[in-house]
Design a protein around this ligand. Sequence first.
Ligand code: PEP
Ligand code: MN
Length: 338
Amino acid sequence: MIIVMKAPTDEQVDLVVRKIKEFGLDANISRGTERTVIGAIGDERKLDQELFESLPGVEQALHIVKPYKIVAREWHKEDTVIDIKGIPLGGKEIQIISGPCSVETQAQMDLSAQGVKAAGSRLMRGGAFKPRTSPYSFQGTGVEGLDIFRKAADKQGLPIVTELMDVRQLDAFLEYGVDVIQIGTRNMQNFDLLKEVGKVNVPIILKRGMSATISEWLMAAEYIAAGGNHNIIFCERGIRTFETYYRNVLDVTAIAVLKKETHLPVIVDPSHAGGKAWMVPALSRAAIAAGADGLLVEMHPNPCEAWCDADQALNPQELINLMAELRGIAHVIGREIL
Ligand code: PEP
Ligand code: MN
Protein backbone atom coordinates (compact mmCIF):
# COMPACT_ATOMS: atom_id res chain seq x y z
CA MET A 1 0.00 0.00 0.00
CA ILE A 2 1.13 3.53 -0.52
CA ILE A 3 -0.02 6.47 1.53
CA VAL A 4 0.07 9.90 -0.08
CA MET A 5 0.31 12.82 2.34
CA LYS A 6 -0.10 16.46 1.40
CA ALA A 7 2.40 18.79 3.11
CA PRO A 8 2.29 16.73 6.32
CA THR A 9 3.91 17.65 9.62
CA ASP A 10 6.60 15.35 11.06
CA GLU A 11 4.10 14.18 13.69
CA GLN A 12 1.57 13.20 11.01
CA VAL A 13 4.23 11.22 9.14
CA ASP A 14 5.33 9.55 12.39
CA LEU A 15 1.76 8.48 13.16
CA VAL A 16 1.33 6.84 9.75
CA VAL A 17 4.68 5.06 10.08
CA ARG A 18 3.73 3.84 13.58
CA LYS A 19 0.43 2.44 12.30
CA ILE A 20 2.17 0.61 9.45
CA LYS A 21 4.64 -0.93 11.93
CA GLU A 22 1.82 -2.00 14.25
CA PHE A 23 0.64 -4.24 11.43
CA GLY A 24 4.12 -5.72 11.11
CA LEU A 25 5.09 -3.92 7.90
CA ASP A 26 7.98 -1.60 7.14
CA ALA A 27 7.71 2.00 5.93
CA ASN A 28 9.67 3.78 3.22
CA ILE A 29 9.32 7.56 3.25
CA SER A 30 9.90 9.63 0.12
CA ARG A 31 9.62 13.36 0.58
CA GLY A 32 8.76 15.49 -2.44
CA THR A 33 8.25 19.24 -2.53
CA GLU A 34 4.47 19.08 -2.23
CA ARG A 35 3.71 15.53 -1.25
CA THR A 36 5.24 12.89 0.93
CA VAL A 37 4.73 9.34 -0.20
CA ILE A 38 4.97 6.54 2.34
CA GLY A 39 5.27 3.02 1.05
CA ALA A 40 4.16 0.18 3.31
CA ILE A 41 6.43 -2.76 2.61
CA GLY A 42 5.26 -6.25 3.40
CA ASP A 43 1.94 -8.08 3.22
CA GLU A 44 -0.34 -5.16 2.47
CA ARG A 45 -3.48 -7.26 2.74
CA LYS A 46 -3.28 -6.61 6.48
CA LEU A 47 -3.79 -2.88 5.96
CA ASP A 48 -7.16 -1.19 5.92
CA GLN A 49 -7.41 1.60 3.37
CA GLU A 50 -10.11 3.48 5.26
CA LEU A 51 -8.17 3.44 8.49
CA PHE A 52 -5.19 5.13 6.84
CA GLU A 53 -7.35 7.64 5.02
CA SER A 54 -8.83 8.68 8.35
CA LEU A 55 -5.41 9.73 9.67
CA PRO A 56 -4.54 13.46 9.63
CA GLY A 57 -2.54 14.67 6.64
CA VAL A 58 -3.36 11.62 4.52
CA GLU A 59 -4.71 12.45 1.11
CA GLN A 60 -5.08 8.93 -0.22
CA ALA A 61 -4.21 5.39 0.73
CA LEU A 62 -4.12 2.87 -2.06
CA HIS A 63 -3.35 -0.76 -2.48
CA ILE A 64 -0.65 -1.30 -5.01
CA VAL A 65 -1.95 -2.03 -8.45
CA LYS A 66 1.44 -1.85 -10.07
CA PRO A 67 4.78 -2.45 -8.39
CA TYR A 68 6.07 1.02 -9.30
CA LYS A 69 4.43 4.03 -7.78
CA ILE A 70 6.17 7.42 -7.88
CA VAL A 71 7.18 7.08 -11.53
CA ALA A 72 3.74 5.80 -12.62
CA ARG A 73 1.38 7.95 -14.63
CA GLU A 74 -1.33 6.48 -12.46
CA TRP A 75 -0.09 8.84 -9.76
CA HIS A 76 0.74 11.84 -11.83
CA LYS A 77 -1.37 12.37 -14.91
CA GLU A 78 0.47 15.29 -16.48
CA ASP A 79 3.78 14.95 -18.27
CA THR A 80 6.66 15.93 -16.02
CA VAL A 81 8.87 18.62 -17.51
CA ILE A 82 12.41 18.55 -16.12
CA ASP A 83 14.26 21.82 -15.95
CA ILE A 84 17.94 21.53 -16.83
CA LYS A 85 19.52 24.94 -16.29
CA GLY A 86 16.43 26.57 -17.79
CA ILE A 87 16.14 24.04 -20.65
CA PRO A 88 12.88 22.07 -20.50
CA LEU A 89 12.86 18.34 -21.15
CA GLY A 90 9.55 16.52 -21.39
CA GLY A 91 7.31 19.30 -22.68
CA LYS A 92 6.44 20.45 -26.18
CA GLU A 93 10.06 21.20 -26.98
CA ILE A 94 12.15 18.20 -28.01
CA GLN A 95 15.77 18.26 -26.85
CA ILE A 96 18.65 16.84 -28.85
CA ILE A 97 21.59 16.06 -26.58
CA SER A 98 24.75 15.57 -28.61
CA GLY A 99 28.47 15.19 -28.24
CA PRO A 100 31.19 12.58 -28.44
CA CYS A 101 31.11 9.15 -26.91
CA SER A 102 34.15 10.01 -24.79
CA VAL A 103 36.03 12.98 -23.49
CA GLU A 104 39.47 12.75 -25.10
CA THR A 105 41.39 16.05 -25.13
CA GLN A 106 40.61 19.72 -24.52
CA ALA A 107 40.91 20.46 -28.25
CA GLN A 108 38.56 17.60 -29.17
CA MET A 109 35.99 18.74 -26.58
CA ASP A 110 36.27 22.39 -27.61
CA LEU A 111 35.58 21.44 -31.24
CA SER A 112 32.78 19.11 -30.14
CA ALA A 113 31.11 21.85 -28.10
CA GLN A 114 31.32 24.19 -31.09
CA GLY A 115 29.67 21.50 -33.23
CA VAL A 116 26.92 20.93 -30.67
CA LYS A 117 26.25 24.65 -30.52
CA ALA A 118 26.38 25.16 -34.30
CA ALA A 119 23.73 22.47 -34.79
CA GLY A 120 21.45 24.15 -32.25
CA SER A 121 21.60 21.25 -29.82
CA ARG A 122 21.08 22.69 -26.32
CA LEU A 123 22.76 20.05 -24.15
CA MET A 124 26.07 18.24 -24.52
CA ARG A 125 27.01 14.63 -23.83
CA GLY A 126 30.43 13.04 -23.30
CA GLY A 127 31.75 10.19 -21.16
CA ALA A 128 34.68 10.75 -18.84
CA PHE A 129 34.28 7.33 -17.21
CA LYS A 130 33.69 4.66 -19.84
CA PRO A 131 32.13 1.22 -19.30
CA ARG A 132 34.17 -0.82 -21.79
CA THR A 133 33.70 -4.49 -22.55
CA SER A 134 37.46 -5.08 -22.44
CA PRO A 135 39.66 -3.93 -19.55
CA TYR A 136 42.41 -3.28 -22.13
CA SER A 137 40.34 -0.73 -24.06
CA PHE A 138 40.48 3.01 -23.32
CA GLN A 139 38.74 3.47 -19.97
CA GLY A 140 38.04 7.19 -20.14
CA THR A 141 39.93 10.26 -18.96
CA GLY A 142 38.29 10.20 -15.52
CA VAL A 143 38.19 13.26 -13.30
CA GLU A 144 40.51 15.13 -15.64
CA GLY A 145 37.90 14.45 -18.33
CA LEU A 146 35.21 16.07 -16.20
CA ASP A 147 37.39 19.16 -15.96
CA ILE A 148 38.01 19.23 -19.73
CA PHE A 149 34.30 18.69 -20.43
CA ARG A 150 33.17 21.41 -18.04
CA LYS A 151 35.58 23.96 -19.55
CA ALA A 152 34.61 23.14 -23.15
CA ALA A 153 30.87 23.20 -22.44
CA ASP A 154 31.05 26.38 -20.37
CA LYS A 155 32.65 28.25 -23.28
CA GLN A 156 29.47 27.51 -25.27
CA GLY A 157 27.04 27.79 -22.35
CA LEU A 158 25.98 24.14 -22.63
CA PRO A 159 24.78 21.96 -19.72
CA ILE A 160 26.65 18.65 -19.53
CA VAL A 161 25.47 15.05 -19.45
CA THR A 162 27.94 12.38 -18.38
CA GLU A 163 27.92 8.81 -17.11
CA LEU A 164 28.43 7.85 -13.47
CA MET A 165 29.63 4.28 -13.02
CA ASP A 166 30.63 4.19 -9.37
CA VAL A 167 29.35 5.95 -6.30
CA ARG A 168 32.94 6.86 -5.38
CA GLN A 169 32.90 9.30 -8.31
CA LEU A 170 29.74 11.06 -7.19
CA ASP A 171 31.50 13.78 -5.20
CA ALA A 172 33.59 14.72 -8.22
CA PHE A 173 30.42 14.88 -10.34
CA LEU A 174 28.86 17.28 -7.84
CA GLU A 175 32.07 19.32 -7.60
CA TYR A 176 32.15 19.81 -11.38
CA GLY A 177 28.45 20.63 -11.40
CA VAL A 178 27.46 17.84 -13.80
CA ASP A 179 24.02 18.95 -14.97
CA VAL A 180 22.60 15.52 -15.81
CA ILE A 181 23.98 12.23 -14.49
CA GLN A 182 23.71 9.31 -16.89
CA ILE A 183 23.28 5.78 -15.56
CA GLY A 184 24.38 3.46 -18.34
CA THR A 185 22.80 0.28 -19.60
CA ARG A 186 25.22 -1.88 -17.61
CA ASN A 187 24.25 -0.23 -14.35
CA MET A 188 20.49 -0.02 -14.74
CA GLN A 189 20.05 -2.54 -11.95
CA ASN A 190 22.99 -1.47 -9.81
CA PHE A 191 20.59 -0.82 -6.97
CA ASP A 192 23.12 0.72 -4.58
CA LEU A 193 24.14 3.22 -7.26
CA LEU A 194 20.47 3.98 -7.98
CA LYS A 195 19.84 4.61 -4.29
CA GLU A 196 22.76 7.05 -4.12
CA VAL A 197 21.66 9.08 -7.14
CA GLY A 198 18.20 9.07 -5.61
CA LYS A 199 19.61 11.29 -2.88
CA VAL A 200 21.07 14.02 -5.08
CA ASN A 201 19.36 16.99 -6.62
CA VAL A 202 20.58 16.38 -10.18
CA PRO A 203 18.44 15.03 -13.04
CA ILE A 204 19.22 11.44 -13.99
CA ILE A 205 19.16 9.78 -17.41
CA LEU A 206 18.40 6.12 -16.78
CA LYS A 207 19.35 4.04 -19.77
CA ARG A 208 17.53 0.79 -20.35
CA GLY A 209 19.47 -2.32 -19.42
CA MET A 210 20.34 -4.16 -22.62
CA SER A 211 18.11 -7.08 -21.62
CA ALA A 212 15.76 -5.32 -19.24
CA THR A 213 12.00 -5.58 -19.44
CA ILE A 214 9.93 -2.41 -19.26
CA SER A 215 8.79 -3.39 -15.79
CA GLU A 216 12.36 -3.86 -14.53
CA TRP A 217 13.28 -0.51 -16.03
CA LEU A 218 10.37 1.24 -14.32
CA MET A 219 11.30 -0.41 -11.03
CA ALA A 220 14.90 0.76 -11.43
CA ALA A 221 13.59 4.31 -11.83
CA GLU A 222 11.44 3.77 -8.77
CA TYR A 223 14.63 3.09 -6.78
CA ILE A 224 15.88 6.55 -7.70
CA ALA A 225 12.52 8.19 -7.07
CA ALA A 226 12.11 6.47 -3.70
CA GLY A 227 15.20 8.31 -2.48
CA GLY A 228 13.54 11.65 -3.23
CA ASN A 229 14.99 12.45 -6.67
CA HIS A 230 12.03 12.53 -9.03
CA ASN A 231 13.90 14.10 -11.95
CA ILE A 232 14.39 10.96 -14.02
CA ILE A 233 14.64 10.67 -17.79
CA PHE A 234 14.24 7.25 -19.40
CA CYS A 235 16.56 6.50 -22.33
CA GLU A 236 15.84 3.67 -24.75
CA ARG A 237 19.18 2.70 -26.30
CA GLY A 238 18.39 -0.57 -28.01
CA ILE A 239 18.02 -4.04 -26.59
CA ARG A 240 19.83 -7.29 -27.26
CA THR A 241 18.05 -9.77 -29.51
CA PHE A 242 19.00 -12.63 -31.85
CA GLU A 243 19.83 -10.12 -34.61
CA THR A 244 23.51 -9.50 -35.24
CA TYR A 245 23.39 -7.17 -38.26
CA TYR A 246 23.29 -4.14 -35.97
CA ARG A 247 24.53 -3.42 -32.47
CA ASN A 248 21.14 -3.50 -30.74
CA VAL A 249 17.48 -3.37 -31.73
CA LEU A 250 15.89 0.01 -31.12
CA ASP A 251 12.67 -0.78 -29.31
CA VAL A 252 10.36 1.90 -30.70
CA THR A 253 7.42 0.18 -29.03
CA ALA A 254 8.95 0.99 -25.66
CA ILE A 255 8.51 4.71 -26.34
CA ALA A 256 4.73 4.36 -26.69
CA VAL A 257 4.51 2.02 -23.68
CA LEU A 258 6.58 4.27 -21.43
CA LYS A 259 4.63 7.36 -22.39
CA LYS A 260 1.55 5.49 -21.19
CA GLU A 261 3.07 4.04 -18.01
CA THR A 262 5.09 7.00 -16.75
CA HIS A 263 4.77 10.77 -16.60
CA LEU A 264 8.55 11.14 -16.85
CA PRO A 265 10.36 12.13 -20.07
CA VAL A 266 11.51 9.46 -22.51
CA ILE A 267 14.47 9.93 -24.81
CA VAL A 268 16.19 7.69 -27.34
CA ASP A 269 19.84 6.99 -28.10
CA PRO A 270 19.91 6.08 -31.81
CA SER A 271 23.73 5.82 -31.82
CA HIS A 272 24.14 2.89 -29.43
CA ALA A 273 21.01 1.28 -30.87
CA GLY A 274 22.17 0.99 -34.47
CA GLY A 275 25.89 1.22 -33.82
CA LYS A 276 26.51 2.79 -37.25
CA ALA A 277 26.42 6.48 -38.14
CA TRP A 278 24.41 5.82 -41.31
CA MET A 279 21.55 4.35 -39.27
CA VAL A 280 21.31 7.31 -36.90
CA PRO A 281 19.06 9.57 -39.06
CA ALA A 282 16.47 6.83 -39.72
CA LEU A 283 16.31 5.76 -36.08
CA SER A 284 16.14 9.37 -34.92
CA ARG A 285 13.24 10.12 -37.22
CA ALA A 286 11.40 7.03 -35.99
CA ALA A 287 11.99 7.98 -32.35
CA ILE A 288 10.70 11.52 -32.72
CA ALA A 289 7.70 10.39 -34.75
CA ALA A 290 6.89 7.80 -32.08
CA GLY A 291 6.78 10.44 -29.34
CA ALA A 292 10.26 10.61 -27.83
CA ASP A 293 10.94 13.78 -25.83
CA GLY A 294 14.55 13.92 -26.94
CA LEU A 295 17.57 12.16 -28.37
CA LEU A 296 21.05 11.37 -27.14
CA VAL A 297 23.26 11.42 -30.24
CA GLU A 298 26.98 10.78 -30.62
CA MET A 299 28.82 13.40 -32.66
CA HIS A 300 32.60 13.73 -32.96
CA PRO A 301 34.54 16.51 -34.70
CA ASN A 302 36.46 13.85 -36.58
CA PRO A 303 34.73 10.44 -36.20
CA CYS A 304 37.49 8.36 -37.75
CA GLU A 305 39.86 9.57 -35.03
CA ALA A 306 37.45 8.90 -32.13
CA TRP A 307 38.90 6.88 -29.26
CA CYS A 308 35.61 5.06 -28.72
CA ASP A 309 32.56 4.22 -30.90
CA ALA A 310 34.08 5.83 -34.02
CA ASP A 311 31.71 3.97 -36.34
CA GLN A 312 28.52 5.40 -34.89
CA ALA A 313 29.46 9.06 -34.47
CA LEU A 314 28.02 11.70 -36.77
CA ASN A 315 30.35 14.48 -37.91
CA PRO A 316 29.35 18.09 -37.16
CA GLN A 317 27.76 18.66 -40.58
CA GLU A 318 25.75 15.44 -40.32
CA LEU A 319 24.39 16.63 -36.98
CA ILE A 320 23.36 19.96 -38.52
CA ASN A 321 21.57 18.09 -41.34
CA LEU A 322 19.86 15.73 -38.89
CA MET A 323 18.61 18.57 -36.70
CA ALA A 324 17.07 20.29 -39.73
CA GLU A 325 15.26 17.10 -40.71
CA LEU A 326 14.01 16.48 -37.18
CA ARG A 327 12.66 20.02 -36.87
CA GLY A 328 10.32 19.20 -39.76
CA ILE A 329 9.09 16.00 -38.09
CA ALA A 330 8.62 17.74 -34.75
CA HIS A 331 6.52 20.41 -36.43
CA VAL A 332 4.24 17.85 -38.11
CA ILE A 333 3.44 16.21 -34.76
CA GLY A 334 2.80 19.51 -32.99
CA ARG A 335 6.12 19.74 -31.20
CA GLU A 336 9.23 21.78 -31.75
CA ILE A 337 13.01 21.70 -31.78
CA LEU A 338 14.57 25.13 -31.29
C1 PEP B 1 27.15 5.90 -23.59
O1 PEP B 1 26.12 6.56 -23.79
O2 PEP B 1 28.26 6.41 -23.62
C2 PEP B 1 27.05 4.46 -23.31
C3 PEP B 1 28.09 3.77 -22.87
O3 PEP B 1 25.84 3.96 -23.56
P1 PEP B 1 25.14 2.59 -23.06
O4 PEP B 1 25.20 2.58 -21.57
O5 PEP B 1 23.76 2.73 -23.62
O6 PEP B 1 25.89 1.47 -23.70
MN1 MN C 1 29.44 5.42 -27.05
